[in-house]
Design a protein around this ligand. Structure first.
Ligand SMILES: Nc1nc2c(ncn2[C@H]2C[C@H](O)[C@@H](COP(=O)(O)OP(=O)(O)OP(=O)(O)O)O2)c(=O)[nH]1
Length: 214
């Protein structure tokens, strides 16, 4: 039996978009949702907030893995890594997570249309065995289309904006409302693959080690 030396990546996020993005990039993950209460953290700046929350999520899941898998965690051999992420939109001096409700989403879009904001996604990668951590925040400027009131009302009515940071997606219905971006596309979805490549390298791996197809 071929013993896999492939390191294991656990995604500490409930976001289906993050899991899909990794799968499309050849990386199959296990998912363990952190359950971290994001409201407990004071927003200082968008990049600091996204980094602190990503760190809290990854640490919570790494602790759980250490407790539940103590017997099977390899002291040597393939590593087990946990990735936590958090995305927030910096717009007009505010830090915007998910909208409170539909009215909030409408108000946000009436302010955002025709303007730009910066989507910050914090990443924290923990090697469960060595406890080493590699972290970074990726930021992408998003230029929004000048939506009509009718488009805003219809888009919010789909429910999509209510579940995502910044009240928009770039890979869903909201894609029609993103004129252009300056930076990595994945950062807007919620996970930067080029940054992940650098973080796994910091912990001694190559991103190609995680490919299930290679
Ligand atoms: N599909 C998609 N999702 C987006 C986009 N922008 C933001 N999101 C989602 C990704 C995350 O699920 C959510 C941002 O909230 P968080 O970063 O706190 O993650 P979430 O609470 O969903 O899950 P987690 O806390 O990681 O378990 O918004 C986008 O352009 N496309």
């Amino acid at each position: 039996m071929q013993i896999s030396n492939r390191p294991r990546l656990i995604l500490g996020s409930a976001s289906p978009a993050r899991r899909t993005l990794l799968k499309s990039a050849g990386i199959d993950v296990d998912v363990i949702v952190s359950g971290v209460d994001e409201s407990a953290v004071e927003a200082v700046s968008a990049d600091t907030l996204s980094q602190v929350l990503a760190r809290m999520k990854a640490a919570a899941v790494a602790d759980r893995v250490r407790q539940t898998e103590a017997a099977t965690l390899p002291g040597t051999g393939p590593a087990t890594l946990v990735l936590g992420c958090d995305s927030v939109l910096a717009f007009d001096g505010e830090i915007l997570g998910k909208p409170a409700d539909a009215e909030d989403a409408v108000r946000r879009w009436q302010a955002m249309r025709g303007r730009s904001g910066t989507l910050h996604t914090g990443h924290s990668l923990v090697d469960v065995t060595s406890n080493r951590v590699a972290e970074g925040v990726a930021a992408t400027v998003v230029h929004f289309a000048d939506l009509s009131d009718e488009e805003i009302k219809t888009y919010v009515g789909t429910g999509e904006p209510l579940h995502v940071a910044g009240s928009f997606t770039i890979d869903g219905l909201g894609g029609a409302f993103v004129e252009r971006i300056e930076g990595d596309h994945g950062t807007v979805v919620g996970l930067s693959l080029p940054l992940l490549r650098r973080l796994v390298a910091e912990l001694g791996h190559s991103i190609t080690d995680f490919w299930t197809t290679a």
